[in-house]
Design a protein around this ligand. Sequence first.
Ligand code: NI
Length: 204
Amino acid sequence: MLRNKPVLIPYLLLVAAMAGGLLWYQSARQPELGRVVSTGKMDVGGPFRLTDHTGNPRGDTDFRGRYMLIYFGFTFCPDVCPTTLAVMADALDKLGADAKQVVPVFITIDPERDTTKVLADYMKAFGPNFVGLTGSVAQIKDVEKKFRVYAVKRQLEGSQDKDAGYGVDHSNVLYLVGPDGKTVNFYSEAISPDDLAKDLKQKI
Ligand code: NI
C-alpha cells in the first residue's frame, strides 16, 4: 500500500474527514459529550459531467432536489463492489416511499472497460433506480480527485493479458450528497442495510 504514498495521502485525508464526520454524528446523538456543531457540510465532492448507462450526459446538477448515494467501483470487481451495491439496494428498499428522494449512483473507476453498455447490463442487477456513470479517463480522474477516491490499477497475478488482466485497488466509501449538491455524510462499505436505511431516514 505504501508504495503509492502520493495517491494514498488524499485517501488518508478522506479517512480523517470520515472520522470527523463520525464524531459529529456521534456527538449529535449524544449531547452529553458537549460538542455543538453548527454545520454538517463537508468539503468533499464537487461538480461533474459524465455519461450515464443509457448513454445520456448526466451531471451533478441533474440531481438537485434529491439526495445522491454515490459509490465508486468497477464492474469487474469480484466481491466488494457488488456486495456494496446490494447493500445500497437493500437499504433503499427499507426506506419505502422515501426512497424516491435518494438516487443510488455508481461511478466507475475503470472507464476503459466500463462502457455505457457494460454499465447498462451491470446496473440491471441492482434495480431500475440505479444510475451508472462513466466517462473519459480524464473525466473520471477529475471526479475521483474531487471525492478523494483512491483507485490504482493492479495487474492480476498469472494474467498475461495486459489490457484486461487487471484489477483496481480502491477505497470503499459511500457518499451521501444533499439536494443542494453538498456532501452530507459518508458510510463505510461495511455498513448494514438496516444501519444505512436508519441514517438515510434521519437525514432526508
Ligand atoms: Ni471493488
